[in-house]
Design a protein around this ligand. Structure first.
Ligand SMILES: [Cu+2]
Length: 314
């Protein structure tokens, strides 16, 4: 059951946001229709044939009061609905369930307080959930349309969104701040589960196996997929933001180290260094500073699995 966007109460903020939206749309619509018809009527009634002598009107206090007071009231009502919908979004309950969202070019990773990490966001139903938003590189923006929440993820700043999911289902989640070449890769899902199911999922720390037949290198490929390496690296020889992984292992890389060009064999050590300290040796022909270190995000064991997988890409 995939739900792209819904008007039913998928979260506690739907009513507040929709009220402001519908009111503003309604007022705009009434004005659009009203002005268009008044204009057409005037064109008809006061055209030169029907009304050869133009009437000069010099000021009308009554009219001016009307077109000042009515729009002021309308705008203040818009403000009221906007404020009433927005204010509660800035105050997360103290007992919220915390999840850290790490954004980088170009993926989101969700990390839970017990250490679990996922690329789909799992949340319990009818419980306040607070997402602490962290960016490792540029400005991203987290958007869950069905929940009516959207917040910029700004490097170096503490940002958050919170909500209470109110309906079981799978909803779309994506980045809405154009953040570079593969911005569109930052597209994910939120899975809302009844609290009991969520708790069962949460305490289950056995490694999930998603493929039917697991080869020894499937794990490395899965890790790379989840953390987003393929946003910048292909496996078929084509050049993306970074060099392709095809035929990488075992060949000799030409890198720039501290301004000097040198040749290095691509072995386990080189791969590990490329992941933990990508800007020490920069592959010739590619830009420095695009790939960020994965220190703290990938363990030595993860890297060993990745390396096993890279070896198969002949
Ligand atoms: Cu982004």
């Amino acid at each position: 059951m995939y739900i792209l966007s819904t008007t039913t109460n998928a979260s506690n903020f739907v009513t507040g946001v929709d009220k402001a939206f519908v009111f503003i749309m309604g007022v705009s619509f009434i004005f659009l229709i009203g002005l268009t018809f008044t204009m057409l009527y005037f064109v008809f009634k006061y055209n030169r044939k029907k009304n050869p002598q133009a009437t000069q009107i010099k000021g009308s206090t009554k009219l001016e009061i009307i077109w000042t007071v009515i729009p002021t009231i309308l705008v203040l009502v818009m403000f009221y609905y906007g404020w009433a919908g927005w204010a509660p979004m800035r105050k997360a309950p103290d007992d919220s369930f915390n999840i850290q969202v790490t954004s980088r070019m170009w993926n989101f990773t969700f990390q839970y307080e017990n250490g679990k990490k996922t690329d789909t966001l799992f949340v319990p139903m009818n419980k306040a959930v607070k997402l602490n938003l962290v960016s490792l590189d540029v400005i991203h923006s987290l958007y869950i349309p069905s929940f009516r929440v959207k917040e910029d993820v700004v490097p170096g700043r503490e940002k958050f969104v919170w909500f209470i999911p109110q309906r079981e289902g799978i909803y779309e989640l994506f980045c809405t701040e154009y953040c570079g070449l593969n911005h569109s890769y930052m597209y994910n899902w939120v899975k809302v589960m009844p609290e009991a199911d969520f708790n069962k999922w949460y305490v289950d720390t056995t490694k999930r196996v998603e493929v039917a037949v697991d080869s020894p290198t499937a794990n490395g490929q899965r890790i790379m997929k989840n953390i987003g390496c393929f946003a910048c690296h292909s496996v078929d020889g084509s050049k993306l933001v970074g060099p392709s992984f095809k035929g990488l292992y075992g060949h000799t890389a030409t890198v720039i180290t501290g301004g000097k060009e040198r040749e290095v064999p691509v072995d386990d050590e080189y791969i590990k260094k490329s992941i933990y300290d990508p800007n020490a040796d920069v592959v010739k022909g590619f830009n420095k500073g695009l790939m960020l270190s994965y220190t703290g995000q990938l363990s030595d064991d993860d890297i060993a699995q990745i390396t096993e997988y890279l070896k198969t890409l002949k």
